[in-house]
Design a protein around this ligand. Structure first.
Ligand SMILES: NC(=O)c1ccc[n+]([C@@H]2O[C@H](COP(=O)([O-])OP(=O)(O)OC[C@H]3O[C@@H](n4cnc5c(N)ncnc54)[C@H](O)[C@@H]3O)[C@@H](O)[C@H]2O)c1
Length: 449
């Protein structure tokens, strides 16, 4: 099928390219002319493992192209995916202006029947508003919802081997088009769940909110664990092995971030309030997340209270490993708190430096390697669990530092190795460990999350 994908960001690029790999003919459209010009020359604007290679292959096979000419793209296509951003609005909900602008384009340029597939994450009820908007068209435009569950860092695999695919449509015709688009994945046996548009919209929000609940739950307990001397890593394994609970998203850390969890939880809270419903649990999830970021920064600041001209090496800026995405990254809140406390900050991230630089400019010292970042530091603060941080040579790292503190904001380092190098290891919800204090009381099991 010939399909236009409006929005060439993390979701539009990955889903468009993967749909091309499934055999469809995809035209990617974006308002960002620089982005489109780069893509047309094979330059991929985001870091996502495997994406560049797949884009080049699909473009070479003639199944994938990019343009800013939205009118021609829509006219040529049977279906139009909308994958534009739906960022938080200052009023509290989701800002749907980019979505409605894209819908307006479809309305303006449709030259026959089309299926409009909403891929962006939208508050429940949005599809209905879009359907009312396109009802003005002289052509039949079916509006369906097909939420995306990919994770940055493993996006291609998540799209091509999904846990499930959700079809949200309020008509058989809409459902049929979605089936036709996803037939290759249906044939491979991936689970399809067909439901109403509203249910599909809420399924996406509920999915992100559930994951945020789990993260804030374990983070909240990590505060108590630290206070009473328990090890949250042992607790995590102790509960995660219960089949009713499972191990995913139970890793304590410096708080969740990214372009999805914070904004989707906030939008859900806002929508519940609009309906006069009190979002007790979800409001708590947000508060716990804010506290987690602050608590981490406070621990670092307090440890350095007696140090003259303190310097912290921040390892990792991206909101998680294997992406360059800086949206709502916890690193920003931590860095701002350190700077406000008069601490000099040196930073390094394998992929997110360019995006981060646009956010904090010259307030920090930018470095080009882990070594350079660490040189002269009184403390290391690990904010992103990039594997390059986990595999460091700790005696060498210790030799570069002025001080001895290592704050593990992701509970990802081997504490024994850090301690053996003569450093002081402080993690999230784990007993504070000094060199020579022996092994932590952890079961040492690493699981998903
Ligand atoms: N990033 C993720 O991991 C992820 C996962 C699942 C769902 N989502 C959802 O998918 C949607 C897109 O997210 P993203 O991370 O890809 O956003 P993004 O900001 O990376 O990309 C959006 C793109 O849309 C373009 N755009 C905006 N308005 C346009 C218009 N009118 N016409 C053409 N192009 C336009 C922008 O220039 C940008 O390139 C959001 O609703 C998000 O919540 C994101």
């Amino acid at each position: 099928m010939k399909i236009t994908v409006i929005g060439c960001g993390y979701v539009g690029l990955v889903s468009g390219t993967c749909l091309a790999a499934l055999g469809h003919k995809i035209i990617g459209v974006d308002v960002d002319t620089k982005r489109v010009a780069g893509l047309a020359q094979g330059k991929v604007p985001i870091y996502e493992p495997g994406l560049s290679e797949l884009i080049l292959a699909e473009a070479a096979a003639g199944r994938l192209s990019f343009t800013t000419d939205i009118a021609s793209a829509i006219k040529e296509s049977q279906s139009v995916f909308i994958a534009v951003g739906t960022p938080p609005s200052p009023k509290g909900g989701a800002d749907l202006s980019m979505l409605f602008a894209a819908v307006e384009d479809v309305l303006k340029h449709a030259n026959g029947p089309k299926t409009l597939v909403i891929k962006s994450t939208v508050p429940p009820g949005t599809g209905e508003k879009v359907a009312q908007q396109v009802a003005k068209s002289p052509h039949r435009i079916e509006v369906v919802n097909n939420p995306e569950f990919l994770r940055e860092g493993t996006a291609i695999q998540d799209f091509m081997q999904p846990d499930r695919i959700v079809f949200g449509a309020n008509s058989n015709a809409g459902m049929e088009v979605l089936r036709e688009i996803y037939q290759p994945l249906i044939d491979r046996g991936y689970a399809i769940f067909s439901m109403s548009r509203q249910s599909a919209e809420l399924t996406k929000f509920a999915s992100n909110a559930m994951l945020a609940v789990r993260i804030s739950f374990i983070n909240e307990l990590s505060q108590l664990a630290l206070a009473i001397g328990a090890d949250i890593e042992s607790v995590r394994v102790g509960i995660g092995t219960d089949k009713r609970i499972g191990p995913s998203f139970l890793k304590a850390g410096v708080g969740y971030g990214g372009s999805c969890f914070p904004k989707d939880v906030a939008a859900l809270v806002h929508q519940m309030q609009e309906f006069g419903l009190e979002p007790h649990l979800l409001s708590g999830v947000e508060k716990a997340n804010t506290r987690q970021k602050k608590a981490f920064a406070t621990r670092v600041i307090q440890s350095l209270s007696g140090v003259t001209d303190p310097q912290v090496a921040v390892w990792g800026l991206a909101f998680k490993a294997d992406t360059d995405d800086m949206r709502e990254a916890p690193s920003m809140e931590v860095i701002h708190a350190l700077l406000a406390a008069g601490i000099k900050v040196r930073v390094y991230d394998p992929q997110a430096m360019e995006n981060a630089r646009r956010m904090i400019g010259d307030k920090v010292t930018w470095t080009n390697s882990v070594d350079d970042c660490t040189r002269g530091a009184d403390a290391i603060a690990v904010i992103t669990d990039w594997s390059v941080f986990i595999t460091q040579d700790w005696p060498h790292i210790a030799s570069l530092m002025r001080g001895k503190y290592v704050f593990d904001g992701r509970n990802c380092l081997g504490s024994t190795k850090v301690l053996a190098a003569g450093l002081i290891y402080r993690a999230i919800g784990r007993p504070e460990l000094m060199p020579g204090s022996g092994k932590p009381g952890s079961m040492g099991v690493v699981s998903a999350g």
